[in-house]
Design a protein around this ligand. Structure first.
Ligand SMILES: NC(=O)c1ccc[n+]([C@@H]2O[C@H](COP(=O)([O-])OP(=O)(O)OC[C@H]3O[C@@H](n4cnc5c(N)ncnc54)[C@H](OP(=O)(O)O)[C@@H]3O)[C@@H](O)[C@H]2O)c1
Length: 354
């Protein structure tokens, strides 16, 4: 008698479809004013549907908190599901390419469980759903950090926009954060001199002692012009701008002719009700003939795995170091977001769901 062949993913479906699972999720009901508050959200339950062919059911293990979450929500009509990336375990599957037990990185938002078709672009983000490679003994949360969106921001932003040459000097603001700490390490590997600005003496020590930055200055206590003279007597060739504001004006005024500026973000003002006024930048841009280019990392969505693979190689070779600030509990998402914006993190800020 012919043996009945039932693919594994279908047998899993019989035992554990999406139906019957209730997800918890954060819905933004008020636009942020100043720092995000728990009262800006409602946490609600959502009954998930049965899986259709091609779909998977995931359970969040790590959720990301990122500066863009503070900056972007103003563009959404309320109420709206909160945006964000997560590392999630596949707990049921009707897609043979995404088997049960594997982990994915996806922009599922602030929610515990998700039903999705990995081929269909997500509503809540611009990053593709990717299977997390086996990165043992490193934690899977790196899929949200050096092996995820911030890692690709550092990889593509520095190499494609700043295009540093060996011997050049790179300045980085937000230098001890997820993107900045990664940019500095790549800069050193490319043979550049690297100068970072971060918000505490401990962070600056970490950048110099652990990550090999040539200089690091606490922007809260240093005289920035003096620091630039001391740290970059040859002036700056590449500036990776994570923070914006007056410090960026000072750095751009200390650049060499034909310097390149990668404008990655302006976290210094994300919580501000009134945007700051800064010293005019155009004279520096004109007289030094600077190339100033803003970018969004999804520009390289077609090369996404190229960035992940390059960073994984550096990690495996022991050339890329990382730190994480781990918050705990799905109920503490807002505290984690606020803490990250206040600078509690060195490296990537993440939330372990359970
Ligand atoms: N363009 C893109 O596609 C893209 C992608 C990812 C990230 N980004 C941007 O890249 C930047 C860094 O993101 P990240 O994910 O790596 O975050 P992060 O640096 O890990 O965390 C945010 C950091 O911002 C710093 N900060 C807070 N207030 C500040 C202020 N007033 N002045 C200067 N620094 C301040 C804090 O560090 P201190 O202790 O040093 O103050 C905090 O740790 C952000 O601007 C973000 O929006 C852009």
């Amino acid at each position: 008698m012919a043996k009945l062949f039932v693919p594994y993913y279908i047998t899993r479906r019989l035992y554990s479809g999406g139906g019957g699972i209730t997800a918890r999720k954060y819905v933004l009901t008020k636009y942020f004013k100043g720092e995000p508050k728990i009262s800006d959200f409602q946490v609600i339950e959502e009954k998930l549907p049965d899986l259709k062919e091609g779909e998977i059911l995931t359970e969040a293990e790590y959720l990301s908190v990122d500066p863009y979450m503070r900056a972007y929500m103003i563009g959404y009509k309320l109420p709206t599901d909160m945006i964000g990336g997560q590392v999630a375990k596949i707990i049921a599957s009707r897609n043979k390419n995404y088997p049960v037990g594997k982990y994915v990185v996806g922009s599922f938002g602030w929610r515990t469980h998700t039903v999705c078709d990995p081929k269909v672009p997500e509503k809540l983000g611009f990053i593709p759903i990717t299977l997390l490679p086996d990165i043992d003994p490193h934690p899977r949360s790196l899929g949200l950090g050096v092996l995820g969106m911030p890692g690709n921001t550092a990889h593509f932003g520095l190499k494609e926009i700043c295009r540093p040459k060996p011997g050049e000097t790179i300045a980085i603001t937000g230098a001890a954060g997820a993107v900045g700490s990664h940019v500095g390490q790549i800069g050193k590997m490319l043979g550049c001199k690297v100068i970072g600005f971060a918000g505490s003496d401990e962070k600056c020590q970490y950048l110099k002692k652990e990550l090999g930055f040539d200089h690091a200055f606490n922007y809260k206590s240093a005289n920035i012009r003096q620091a630039l003279k001391e740290g970059a007597p040859q002036r700056i060739d590449c500036y990776f701008d994570n923070v914006g504001g007056e410090i960026s004006t000072a750095i751009m005024n200390h650049m060499n002719k034909n310097g390149r500026v990668a404008v990655c973000g302006s976290v210094s003002s994300y919580n501000d009700e009134k945007l700051p006024k800064v010293t005019i930048l155009q004279p520096a841009i004109v007289f030094k003939e600077l190339v100033v280019e803003g970018f969004l990392v999804n520009r390289w969505v077609d090369r996404w795995n190229e960035g992940i693979t390059a960073n994984l190689k550096l990690l495996n070779e022991g050339k890329l170091k990382y730190q994480e600030k781990v918050y705990h509990g799905f109920d503490n998402m807002v505290d984690a977001l606020v803490g990250m914006l206040q600078g509690e993190n060195t490296g990537k800020a993440i939330v372990k769901v359970k």
